[in-house]
Design a protein around this ligand. Structure first.
Ligand code: C2O
Ligand code: CU
Length: 543
């Protein structure tokens, strides 16, 4: 019997990594945090108690929370932070999600250490759409900062420059044996020859896409973002920050030891990252010797965009009777959202961004400004002056978004808190158009409260007349985070059948902090069961 009640205590704990002890924010003293288990359709109650010393919020990434935006968690979008010493009991309402999701802090940069998996099994008596795995293992990819992540945030927001990079990538909280002082702690998995294992993977890193592979073995992707996919056999995986991927791995190689390894995929080579691989080790149970090193996988080159889009573009919905596809066909709202890096002027060119300017990021040229109270609260209680409802359907002007020489005057965005209001049951087609303002780079765009179908993508500028002819409306993957390719576009479709306030943002944390964010408000339908639930009594107060 599964617990339907969880207690998460946010508190500081000491951890030693890269030869140095430091205090980090954790949940229940664990890093990564505890796994939450559920079955499809369950409702869970999670009591979050903040025993740390900064305000915090927790988000259930990928859980749609039908009619219940109150428990979604992004700070100043659906709630104000849970202050130190206070509690908030959050209700997690699962509907059709099945597979792996995750939870993470959604305030400042706390999610660097405050995160964990959500495992959603099929309903009792219902099968997986593949033979039942012998066992399952988590693969939580992350980043370790020697600095306090909150200090990294404050520093780059103040100076206007790029954030300091992290000091190691991690698997299940461990950098692995290629990093100093990390060898003995390297994550190890014991497997039996001939058995099949399920790996539940999330990229919980702040700012890094990753290539991931196992030495000597192929894997089969069977799901992403809490929905099943057609089985996809592959030698490597590219996973975006925010994304989850479920894999089957068969121990079908000679008895031995094999590395699991991940390292950055970086479409913008100007940004420097530590390019060391994080490692874990798979050891076949019968293997006794330990003299020869584990077999290392072939990982794609760090800037290999074609390998990355080849993987992402190969994902397909399972599309079976038990797991059908439901792509909206008649579209009531058509949007084109440019996603750009920008620069802002800075007093006497004194910032650390390019040419003494400060960095910013935007959607349709609006750099999102967080309000002082939550948008949901303002919407529900009709408090005016907190946000505007004028988020544009299209960018303010069209130009060659992906060319090499974009006029600098096109780079200065507006600072604003604008939402897009949707009618209940609107069917939305949204094209994310990457731009080459400042620099082109992949953006992992994430929408709260919904899954969306990824119906098309391409390089260059989206062509409204031609590109829709090539959409996949038969078995497009159902996702919640999609890597929009560098200087390219991605088209998604979803139905606005979840009343509430729903954040949408780039899941690269530095872009989120620079303003590559917006929110949708979906209005109530006409019936009570189409309306937002009443707020819980213990909502953290905003003042
Ligand atoms: Cu992982 Cu706003 O989310
Ligand atoms: Cu981005």
């Amino acid at each position: 019997k599964l617990a339907t009640m969880y207690w998460l205590q946010v508190k500081e704990a000491n951890y030693t990594r890269l030869c140095k002890k430091k205090t980090i924010l954790t949940v229940n003293g664990e890093f990564p945090g505890p796994t939450i288990y559920a079955r499809r359709g369950d409702t869970l109650v999670v009591n979050v108690k903040n025993r740390g010393n900064i305000g915090i919020t927790i988000h259930w990434h990928g859980v749609k929370q039908p009619r219940n935006p109150w428990s979604d968690g992004p700070e100043f979008i659906t709630q104000c932070p849970i202050q130190p010493g206070s509690s908030f009991s959050q209700t997690i309402i699962l509907s059709d999600e099945e597979g792996t999701l995750w939870w993470h802090a959604h305030s400042d940069w706390s999610r660097a250490t405050v995160h964990g998996l959500i495992v959603i099994w099929p309903k009792i008596g219902r099968p997986y759409p593949f033979p039942k795995p012998y066992a399952e293992y988590p693969i939580i990819l992350g980043e370790w900062f020697r600095q306090d992540p909150e200090a990294v945030l404050l520093d780059f927001m103040k100076t206007g420059g790029d954030p300091n990079t992290s000091d190691a990538l991690t698997i299940n909280g461990q950098p692995g044996d290629l990093y100093p002082c990390s060898s003995s702690e390297t994550t190890k998995f014991i497997v039996e020859q001939g058995k099949t294992y399920m790996l539940r993977m999330v990229n919980a890193a702040m700012n890094i896409f990753m290539f991931w592979a196992i030495g000597g073995h192929e894997v089969t992707v069977v799901g992403t973002d809490g929905a099943y996919t057609k089985p996809l056999k592959t030698g490597y995986v590219m996973i975006s920050p925010g994304q989850t991927i479920d894999l089957l791995f068969k121990a079908n190689q000679p008895i031995g030891r094999y590395y699991i390894a991940a390292r950055p995929y970086n479409s913008q080579p100007l940004i420097s990252f530590d390019n060391t691989s994080t490692t874990a080790i798979i050891k076949y149970k019968a293997y006794k010797d330990s003299s020869s090193p584990p077999v290392f996988p072939n990982l794609p080159k760090v800037n290999d965009t074609s390998v990355s889009v080849n993987f992402t573009g190969s994902l397909r919905s399972l599309a079976t009777r038990a797991h059908p596809v439901n792509v909206p066909m008649k579209i009531t709202q058509n949007f084109l959202f440019t996603i750009s890096l920008n620069t802002f002027p800075c007093p006497n060119n004194s910032c650390l961004g390019p040419m003494g300017l400060r960095f910013a990021a935007s959607i349709n040229n609006i750099s999102f400004e967080f309000p002082k109270i939550s948008i949901l609260d303002a919407y529900y209680r009709r408090i005016t002056g907190v946000y505007g409802d004028a988020f544009p359907n299209f960018p303010p002007f069209f130009f060659d978004f992906t060319s090499n020489n974009i006029n600098r005057s096109l780079q200065t965005p507006l600072n604003a808190t604008e939402v897009k209001v949707l009618e209940y049951n609107d069917t939305v087609e949204l094209v994310f158009q990457g731009t080459n303002l400042v620099a082109g780079i992949d953006h992992p765009m994430h929408l709260h409260g919904h899954s969306f179908y990824v119906v098309g993508w391409g390089f260059g500028n989206f062509n409204r007349n031609k590109d829709p002819l090539n959409y996949n409306l038969v078995d497009p993957p159902l996702q919640q985070t999609i890597a929009v390719p560098k200087n390219g576009w991605t088209a998604i479709r979803f139905k606005a059948d979840n009343p509430g306030v729903w954040f949408m943002h780039c899941h690269l944390e530095r872009h989120l902090s620079w303003g590559m964010d917006m929110a949708f408000i979906t209005k109530n339908g006409s019936r009570t069961v189409e309306s937002i639930l009443p707020p819980p009594p213990d909502m953290p107060p905003c003042t």
